[in-house]
Design a protein around this ligand. Structure first.
Ligand code: 7PJ
Length: 276
């Protein structure tokens, strides 16, 4: 798949390093809202083998405050620009905001990653105009209310139907079908059993004919299973990612790049072994 100025073979597993540029991000407590810290963090993730740097200026944690458009632009665009000037990597932008999509693409971003699957007014048109690939994620509700007892008639079917409808909307807006990546949206309007069931059935999204991205890093799902705080969720995160790699997911959005790069390299070599 072609991500702006770089092309990536997605038959290999790929690691997306998370760079939060919010004052209250999910699990790094806003450690990287300082510009120089952010650049050091990017350098480290790239050295560790990240294929993408996912820049997000809106916290979508349950109950998070809504960020204004100008605030999001001010947080994200300087960081996208600086990364593209200093490093040879693919910048993914975690945004739902049309002006952030357009602005980031103009500065060299290579992927639009939208937890709202381009539902915000103007997002489809803005993304189509960039010509970039997009990751469509499933969310039930909004970050403000999504964890208020989410329920589904038929979970996997609902997620599949939602994403199919969004794919159709993308194609109608002029986004190429081959440029669409799907994501079940772990933790976005889902209980523990919803999350584990969706991961178990990763093949249902793959069967729609798109690559699948998984974002489970340090999430509540891991904390619920292990009973550990955010700082102790790496091994559990790796278990979830290893499991979905074996089911065919190919992009892993993570805070801890190096452990995942090593894990996936070994898993890939085992899966690809051929000895007559
Ligand atoms: C995801 C995301 C995810 C995609 C966030 C956090 C919450 N983008 N952005 N998938 N999660 N595609 O990192 O804990 O799961 S923000």
């Amino acid at each position: 798949m072609v991500f702006g100025d770089k092309s990536l073979d997605l038959s290999l597993p790929r690691v997306m390093g998370i760079l939060n540029v919010t004052p209250d991000s999910f699990s790094d407590g806003g450690k990287h809202n300082n510009f120089d810290d952010a650049m050091r963090q990017v350098e480290r993730m790239i050295e560790d083998g990240a294929d993408f740097i996912d820049v997000g200026g809106e916290s979508t944690r349950p109950g998070a405050a809504i960020v204004g458009e100008q605030e999001e632009l001010d947080r994200v665009l300087p960081v996208v620009e600086a990364i593209k000037q200093r490093f040879d990597t693919i910048v993914s932008v975690d945004t739902s905001t049309p002006s952030v999509i357009t602005g980031s693409a103009n500065l060299g971003a290579g992927l639009i990653n939208d937890v709202r699957a381009l539902e915000r007014d103007g997002a489809l048109v803005a993304t189509a105009a960039t010509g970039l690939p997009v990751c469509l994620m499933h969310m039930r509700g909004t970050p403000q209310n999504m964890q208020d007892s989410p329920s589904y008639e038929d979970l996997v079917e609902d997620v599949e139907q939602y994403l199919l409808a969004r794919i159709e909307a993308c194609v109608a807006a002029g986004i190429k079908k081959d440029n669409i990546i799907l994501d079940p949206g772990i933790g976005f309007g889902k209980t523990l059993v919803h999350n584990t069931t969706l991961l178990k059935h990763t093949e249902r999204l793959l069967n729609l004919g798109h690559e699948v991205l998984i974002g489970v890093s340090r999430k509540t799902m891991i904390g619920d299973i292990l009973g550990v705080p955010v700082s102790e969720r790496l091994y559990g995160t790796m278990g979830a990612n290893a499991s979905t790699y074996l089911k065919g997911a190919r992009i892993f959005r993570v805070h801890d790049v190096k452990p995942h790069v090593d894990m996936l390299k070994v898993m890939h070599q085992i899966e690809e072994s051929r000895h007559a």
